[in-house]
Design a protein around this ligand. Structure first.
Ligand SMILES: [Zn+2]
Length: 302
């Protein structure tokens, strides 16, 4: 739903690789390289696996010709990660002790913090709650390609999506194709007036999020976005009421009185009225901003 915006993504991916490779050491990486060449192709390596961009993950997923039996896959890759529990636990578990965390100086808490993510990119409903507790982190990290089916992507940077608990749980082992590091989906929320009560009752209108695009609709269904957003119809109702109250003449009055003092300009005032960040690079900063943006645009509030 929301693209993960950071101008430092590539640098963060490199840091991620460096921290893990330093920890593992050359010998272990050589072993990984051998296995990866066997299972993908000679062009691939541990480094490429960890740094593969979303489109490269798609290619690698198709190229994989290792053992397809689930159990053996686990044995080859996932249990390997498990055997180096330090790497796995630093990144994905709550079990790292303080001394271990210090030694690698990198963990999932740091990963989420550096990405500077405030809301879940899958739903934009919940905050990504990231506290560094002595016994681990509190934020969730979803594996875009589920680690059960694709254990070899378990520590690939662009496969790690900070998300809220609800989305992580709803997605489980479903496979979706819109990776938030690569794109967002622009499908808009729409409200449809049902009856004359729509000015003061959430029962007076319908809120809808659906798409003709197969992948987008799949994402909406996976995260039950259309259903879950029904809980936020009150926000839409407020916007409908505000649109009626803040008519052109009232806006002009406010501008005459406060422009340059209380707010910068008309755009600023409109942002204040709708109560959300609505520019594309900011909607990830506050929960429900995509909803506010879409409905505000539909109402002509901005
Ligand atoms: Zn979410």
């Amino acid at each position: 739903m929301i693209r993960i915006q950071s101008e430092h993504l590539e640098k963060l991916a490199q840091n991620h690789y460096k921290a893990i490779s330093n920890y593992m050491g050359e010998k272990k990486i050589e072993k990984w390289d051998e296995q990866i060449k066997k299972d993908f192709s000679d062009n691939y390596s541990f480094k490429k696996l960890l740094l593969a961009q979303p489109h490269e993950l798609r290619i690698m997923k198709a190229l994989f010709h290792g053992e397809t039996d689930d159990y053996k896959l686990f044995k080859t890759y996932y249990s390997y990660l498990n055997s180096y529990k330090d790497v796995k636990f630093y990144l994905f578990g709550a079990e790292a002790s303080n001394s271990e965390a210090k030694r690698i100086d990198y963990n999932a808490y740091k990963l989420v913090k550096d990405l500077n993510i405030s809301t879940c990119p899958y739903c934009n409903r919940n905050t990504v709650y990231n506290l560094n507790k002595s016994d681990g982190r509190t934020s969730e990290i979803d594996h875009f390609y589920p680690k059960r089916n694709h254990p070899y992507f378990a520590i690939s940077f662009y496969n790690l999506i900070p998300s809220c608990k609800v989305c992580n749980k709803l997605k489980m082992e479903d496979e979706i194709n819109i990776n938030p590091y690569e794109e967002s989906f622009d499908e808009e929320f729409k409200f449809i007036v049902e009856n004359a009560n729509f000015y003061h009752s959430v029962d007076g209108f319908k809120l809808e999020l659906k798409s003709d695009d197969y992948e987008v609709q799949k994402q909406i269904d996976t995260f039950k976005l259309d259903d879950l957003y029904q809980n936020h119809k009150d926000i839409v109702l407020e916007l409908i009421q505000k649109q009626a109250i803040y008519n052109e003449s009232y806006l002009d009055e406010l501008l005459t009185q406060y422009e340059g003092t209380l707010f910068k300009n008309k755009e600023d005032l409109q942002g204040l009225i709708s109560g959300g960040y609505v520019s594309d690079d900011e909607i990830g900063k506050r929960p429900l901003s995509k909803l506010v943006k879409d409905i505000s645009a539909e109402l002509g509030l901005r």
